[in-house]
Design a protein around this ligand. Structure first.
Ligand SMILES: Nc1ncnc2c1ncn2[C@@H]1O[C@H](COP(=O)(O)OP(=O)(O)OP(=O)(O)O)[C@@H](O)[C@H]1O
Ligand SMILES: [Mg+2]
Length: 257
């Protein structure tokens, strides 16, 4: 069969085997779309060779796509669930380890607040979830909150704030690491509030912090702004509280024996 005939065959099969989502609506997967787009470039003498090339091409396309998503996420350090121990944290009933490991709360535009003192794995967990989300084809952006605010202020000064917001609007998950008191100007606080408002019920947010809500006034100066931010963030949020001794301290080479 020529590649054109195979193409017709694949297109027909893709249409025939459309997946059904939970509302029984037909969905065509990215893989199916990729196959439909790329089959015509394949040269092969036999059916088997055609199929092997098609699958290899599709696999390479998926790997490239995931690598691009990981690069765009701009994680500080790459961390995964491979070496993560689910300890020193209380996970609320509204969520479970499976949901965290599959980052499936992102599909529901859920938020996570990872709260606790230093060295307990908040950044590791947030990053591992972000990496898994990329693996599942989601667009993620990782920011240290202070640098995020500086980027927002710079974008405003340079007149590129609209473009910056447009890029953010394409993400599925925004991670604000180290959400704590930072001496940024009031304008920075307002820009951060704008981001939170834009995210509300449209995308997922993960915040890591060691500041309890009652101290968030210190971040945002203004009590009304703080209440408005907390209100938006905690709606659809799962709060994971970390407690215990810092893993940095436990693993420190200079700890006392
Ligand atoms: N549960 C865990 N499983 C595996 N490694 C962990 C765990 N908790 C912490 N670590 C490791 O300990 C170090 C500190 O963790 P991490 O940076 O995530 O802490 P943190 O809670 O974000 O601290 P901080 O509040 O100072 O930012 C990292 O190298 C991390 O990989
Ligand atoms: Mg951290």
């Amino acid at each position: 069969m020529s590649s054109v005939c195979w193409g017709i065959f694949f297109n027909r099969e893709i249409i025939r085997h459309r997946w059904l989502n939970k509302n029984n609506q037909a969905i065509v997967t990215d893989t199916a779309k990729g196959i439909a787009k790329n089959y015509s470039q394949i040269q092969a003498d036999t059916h088997e060779a055609f199929l092997a090339k098609l699958l290899a091409m599709e696999e390479a396309r998926e790997i490239n796509h995931k690598s691009l998503l990981l690069k765009q996420a701009q994680f500080d350090v790459l961390k995964t669930f491979g070496d993560f121990r689910f300890e020193k944290m209380s996970i609320p009933n509204s969520i479970d380890v499976g949901v965290l490991k599959t980052a499936s709360f992102v599909d529901k535009k859920g938020n996570l607040i990872l709260y606790g003192s230093v060295g307990l794995g908040k950044t590791h967990l947030a990053t591992a979830i972000g990496v898994e989300a990329c693996n599942r084809g989601k667009r993620v952006r990782f920011f240290r909150t202070s640098s995020f605010v500086n980027q927002l202020l710079d974008a405003k000064t340079e007149g590129s704030l609209r473009r910056f917001f447009k890029q953010l609007s394409k993400t599925d998950l925004i991670i604000c690491d180290e959400w704590r008191f930072i001496p940024f100007e009031e304008e920075g606080a307002q820009l951060l509030f704008q981001v939170i408002s834009e995210c509300y019920e449209r995308k997922s947010l993960i915040i890591t912090t060691n500041l309890e809500f009652s101290k968030w006034n210190g971040i945002f100066y203004d009590e009304k702004l703080t209440s408005a931010i907390i209100d938006r963030i905690i709606h659809h949020s799962h709060l994971i509280v970390f407690e215990g001794t810092s893993s940095r301290l436990e693993n420190s080479m200079i700890k006392s024996k």
